[in-house]
Design a protein around this ligand. Structure first.
Ligand code: 3NM
Length: 221
């Protein structure tokens, strides 16, 4: 189980993926991403072509094993039953998914709870609901989430910090090696991304480049 006093560092380079996000075997992509230095993984099996039922559970269990071997938190997107069944390190829910307060009650105090937030009031509400971190986005245009909101940019994270929101924040949406440092400079503790790693020719190298950029950007703050 992840130490709650270390969430800001644990989410520095937070890779998210489901089988629908890559043409390759997701186990191979995850193995490469882990070797490149990702610090957390979220299994987000969602949308056209995604696995369901036993296939999804089986995939979750094998990916979780890979993360455990590297001591990396394994977080499940929006499927509390699955997260509880396999003993995941955490659950992430969107505003449109299960309500955060209910999820906190279901998962208990120990498991990590992440909530998507697009405004300051959503961030404050997430905090009151027992969120351990929030994902704020979209930072930049993304084609991975078809129902993404309007781009809010790293400025939204800076506004949240100015509003004294101190919980761990990761930026999400359209983040790449070209803009990752802006997101950290805006006040994020980490970046979360799908396609920059899941569709990279070399996920290991991409993760390594991103990790280095985040470390450098954090040192400059
Ligand atoms: N949530 P990529 S944007 C899953 O804004 C998700 O809350 C978003 O994928 C939000 O890194 C997004 O490929 C997609 O842009 C992130």
């Amino acid at each position: 189980m992840i130490a709650k006093n270390n969430v800001k560092d644990a989410l520095s380079l937070y890779f998210i993926s489901g089988t629908q996000d890559t043409d390759r075997d997701l186990h191979t992509v995850l193995e490469d991403a882990l070797a490149g230095g990702i610090t957390a993984f979220q299994y987000r099996e969602k949308g056209a072509g995604s696995l369901t039922g036993k296939d999804k559970e089986q995939m979750a269990r094998t990916l979780q094993k890979q993360c455990r071997q590297q001591n990396i938190p394994f977080i499940v997107n929006d499927d509390v039953d699955l997260a509880l069944a396999i003993g995941a390190d955490g659950v992430h829910v969107g505003q449109e998914d299960s309500r955060a307060e209910e999820v906190r009650l279901q998962i208990g105090p120990e498991m990590l709870l992440g909530v998507s937030a697009h405004t300051i009031s959503e961030a404050e509400h997430a905090l009151q609901s027992g969120a351990d971190y929030i994902g704020v986005g979209p930072m930049y245009p993304t084609s991975t989430k078809s129902d993404a909101k309007d781009v809010c940019g790293p400025e939204m994270i800076a506004s949240m910090r100015n509003a004294n929101i101190d919980l761990p924040i990761v930026g999400i949406g359209g983040i790449s090696a070209e803009n990752a440092q802006e997101v950290i400079a805006g006040g994020a503790d980490g970046i979360s991304l799908i396609s920059a790693i899941s569709t990279a020719n070399d996920p290991r190298e991409k993760a390594a480049v991103l990790f280095h950029q985040i470390l450098t950007a954090k040192q400059k703050r």
